[in-house]
Structures are given as structure tokens and as C-alpha cells.
Design a protein around this ligand. Sequence first.
Ligand SMILES: C[S@@+](CC[C@H](N)C(=O)[O-])C[C@H]1O[C@@H](n2cnc3c(N)ncnc32)[C@H](O)[C@@H]1O
Length: 207
Amino acid sequence: MDASDWNARYDTSELIWKGEPNQFLPLEVADLAPGTALDLACGEGRNAVWLAKQGWIATGVDFSDVGVEKGRALAAENGVEATWVVADVTTWEPPANGYDLVAVFYLQLAAEERRASMITAVRALGVGGTLVLVGHDLLNLTEGYGGPQNPSFLLTAEDIIDDLTAAEVLLDVELVTEKSGRVERSVSTDDGERAAIDTLVRVRRVA
Ligand SMILES: C[S@@+](CC[C@H](N)C(=O)[O-])C[C@H]1O[C@@H](n2cnc3c(N)ncnc32)[C@H](O)[C@@H]1O
């Protein structure tokens, strides 16, 4: 899906993801002191706004200007401020000073673009900063609920670790892997609770 496809999807008065943070975000940042945070592919801004509410100085970036405007409105509704940027995360040049947290949630890209987006994510990360990626795992296709049905847009923790290793070499940085694997996300459906299978990778930049 390109930016105009996402714009069409977001072109509704309702929030598609209801304005609540993804269930893994609060858990993954619970042990971090609020600092600067980047939400890469922020969509309608639910995660950036939640981070801002927790005291993070948040920036959301997405190539859908409709999504970004909804993020801006969600921030205003919640009485918080955040910086909003309309840009393609495969080519965006982050500011040089480096974020304390980079969050990448459910960015659905084919392998080459995904790698470019992970290079952007690492480029944006300050020394000592944490990168958290959550995405739809390949196994979800056969054993989980919902999510994209085209395997080209699904991923594994190994794919992300490979991308991050390439970014380390390219950018001459050092990352330590803190978490890398599959997690189950509960989804409420008309037929009760179902489990979706996500990939979760968390790394810290140490040099
Ligand atoms: C499934 S949504 C997830 C949004 C948000 N991270 C969340 O969890 O609510 C995927 C988002 O990725 C964005 N996206 C996809 N490709 C992108 C790209 N190359 N550059 C910037 N944003 C992109 C889309 O516009 C969309 O908002």
C-alpha cells in the first residue's frame, strides 16, 4: 500500500486503531525513563500520543498526511504536544542528535524497503537508546488471527535481526539484542478472544 492507499484507509472520522496504544508498548517502555521518542510509521498517532502522555517528547513520522493529521488531532484531544512529520521512512533523514526511544509498530513493507526503514530506525537511535519493533509475524498467516495475508509483508525476528546487523555495519554502530521472538496479542472478536502472532524485537544501542 502506498501513501494514497493509506490516506484512503484513514479518511474516516473514526480512529481505525481506537486511539489506545498497542498492548506491547507500555510493557516495553515501563523500565525506561522518559526522554525523546520517535514513532516511525505512526499512522493515526496512538502510540506517539500515549508516549507524550507518559512524559516522552514524542515525534511521529508517517507518509500518510491524513494519518498524521489524525495524530495531531488525537494529541490535541489528549492535551499533549508532539511533533508530526509527513515523510517516507525508507528515505527520511532523522535529526542528528538521536532519540532515546524508536518505536516501529506494524510497518508492513516488503524486504528491501523494510531494510531501508530499519536503517532509518537505527540512524535515528541515540547511544543508549532503545529500539522496539513489533510487526505481524509470518506464522500468523497459518496459526494466528487477522493481519495481512500476503506473506511478502509479514516478517520474522530473524529478518529484523538481519536488517539490524546490516544497519550496524553500514552506520558503524553497536546494538545489543534484549528481546527477539514471537509474542501473542489478544484480539477481541465477535467470536471471543483470538490470538494474533506478532514479532517483537527490542535492541539497545551501546556505541
Ligand atoms: C498498520 S499501520 C500502523 C500504524 C501505527 N504504527 C500503529 O501501530 O498504530 C502502518 C503504517 O505505516 C505507514 N507506512 C507504510 N509505509 C510507509 C513508508 N514507506 N513511510 C512512512 N510510513 C509508511 C502507513 O501509512 C501506516 O500508517
